[in-house]
Each structure stands twice: as structure tokens, then as C-alpha cells.
Design a binder for this molecule. Structure first.
Ligand SMILES: [Mn+2]
Length: 260
């Protein structure tokens, strides 16, 4: 389908992280133009409570314009929902000229098939998250939620976020081994997906544990690439981070987007 593509994930863009947004804009002008497609694997935004609430903010307008410029230059841009921005709808996608991908999605790039997923659906050790996920991803829930006044939606989203941060910090402190397991994909869920799609090359984000793995279960083997999240805004506490996977006929290469 495309001779080459760049894949990115988990930028968690928000106006309060201007340096991360700045690096993304630069990426859109430079690195993104060196391949034949750009694929965003979810959590492009820190949170999203509906196109009506976001699409009008100057920050979100600017992001949409800069993404659109890439497809105006002849490079199609694809977007898959993440767990933070699963409510991003067709109004905003149209502004940014992005086409939606299903999760999971198998795409042909450089004459090979690639299994793309945000990754949260594979974190099956976290049963309560999976219950939450099937609720909020259901059409009826989204329809009702989007009918609420904007200010309610914003406060629901921010209380969900601060709850989950507090819960994570507590767990990280008292039961780090549980966090380690719950926050990662499981080998059984990955094996099922590989078997279902018959595609042994998996790319995902979400876990913020960038890496490359060769795995197998019950006679089935696959390769798994995990994208990094992006953060260029907290150099005093977090080393700047952000990467992209380059897929070409030569294979997969990790582009580190942090300049030395
Ligand atoms: Mn995520």
C-alpha cells in the first residue's frame, strides 16, 4: 500500500507542554516528509472530550493545520484512537486531513504486513481497566457522554485522569511489581492477536516502554516493536524522549527524536 511509513505514538499533546508540541511541529516539517505515509498510533492528545470542545482552541487548530500540511504535501496521515483521545471524531480528523485506522489494523507497508495497535487492549492483566475500556468504547456510552455539556465532560475527564495518576503513584510506591505487570501487554493477548490476524510483526505504543522483542508462545513467533511516548517539557525530572519507527524495504529503524 505504501513503500515506506513513519509510525509515532503517545505524544500526549497539550498546551501546557509547548516544547513537545514544538518538536512535533518540527517533526511534521522534517522527518515526516522523508517517508510516504505518517501513522499516528493513538494518544496524540493528552485528553479529548469531543470535537466541539477542542477543535476551536487555537492550540488544537494549529495542530490540525500542521498535520494537514503533511497530507497537502502528498503524504497521507493515518490516525488510530488511543485511550486518551478515543473521542476524537470525524470533524477534527477532517480538519487535520487524517484518515482513521481501526484498532487493531493490518497494513501493507514496503511489501510486508504490519499489525498496528495502540496497545491498551493488550494489557489484559489489568482486568478493571479492560472493563472500563469496554464501557467507554461502546457506542451508546460515547453518544450519551457527548450529549453532556462541555464543562461536565472536561471535569469528568480531568477527575478520571487525576484519579488514575494518584492510583498509579500509590501502586508504584507500594506494589511496583504489580504495576510492572498490569501496565504491560500480556503475551497471551499478543499471541491471540497475532493468530487472529496472521501477522507476526506487531507495532504498538501505550505502555511507554520503548523496545524491541522477539516472542513466541505455543509454536507461534512474532516480533514486537514498542514506541516511546514523547516528553520534551520536563528536562529537570524526565530525560527528553520521543521516537518514530521508520518502515522501509530495508526493515524497521528507530529514529530517536531527541537531539544530542
Ligand atoms: Mn495510551
Amino acid at each position: 500500500m505504501h513503500a515506506s511509513a513513519l509510525v509515532i505514538s503517545d505524544l500526549h499533546l497539550t498546551p501546557s507542554m509547548p516544547r513537545t508540541a514544538e518538536r512535533f511541529f518540527e517533526f511534521l516539517e522534517k522527518e515526516a516528509r522523508t517517508h510516504e505515509a505518517l501513522i499516528i498510533l493513538g494518544d496524540l492528545f493528552e485528553f479529548w472530550v469531543g470535537d466541539d470542545a477542542k477543535a476551536r482552541s487555537p492550540f488544537h487548530q494549529e495542530v490540525a493545520q500542521k498535520i494537514k500540511a503533511v497530507s497537502d504535501a502528498g503524504i497521507p496521515v493515518y490516525f488510530m484512537h488511543g485511550n486518551r483521545d478515543f473521542l476524537l471524531g470525524s470533524v477534527y480528523a477532517k480538519k487535520a486531513a487524517m484518515s482513521f485506522l481501526q484498532d487493531p489494523q493490518v497494513l501493507n507497508i514496503a511489501n510486508q504486513t504490519w499489525l498496528l495497535t495502540h496497545g491498551d487492549a493488550l494489557c489484559t492483566a489489568d482486568r478493571s481497566y479492560q472493563r472500563f475500556r469496554s464501557l467507554v468504547r461502546s457506542a451508546w456510552f460515547q453518544k450519551i457522554f457527548l450529549m453532556l455539556p462541555k464543562s461536565w465532560r472536561v471535569s469528568v475527564a480531568s477527575s478520571l485522569r487525576s484519579n488514575s495518576t494518584a492510583k498509579y503513584q500509590r501502586a508504584q510506591r507500594f506494589t511496583p511489581d504489580v504495576v510492572q505487570v498490569k501496565g504491560d501487554v500480556t503475551i497471551t493477548a499478543t499471541a491471540q492477536l497475532v493468530a487472529m490476524t496472521q501477522c507476526p510483526r506487531v507495532i504498538h505504543g501505550h505502555t511507554h516502554r520503548p523496545g524491541y522483542h522477539e516472542e513466541s508462545l505455543a509454536g507461534q513467533s512474532w516480533q514486537r516493536w514498542v514506541l516511546s511516548d514523547w516528553d520534551f517539557d520536563h528536562p529537570e525530572t524526565v530525560l527528553p524522549k520521543g521516537n518514530a519507527l521508520s518502515i522501509t524495504s530495508a526493515g524497521v529503524q528507530v529514529l530517536d527524536l531527541v537531539r544530542a
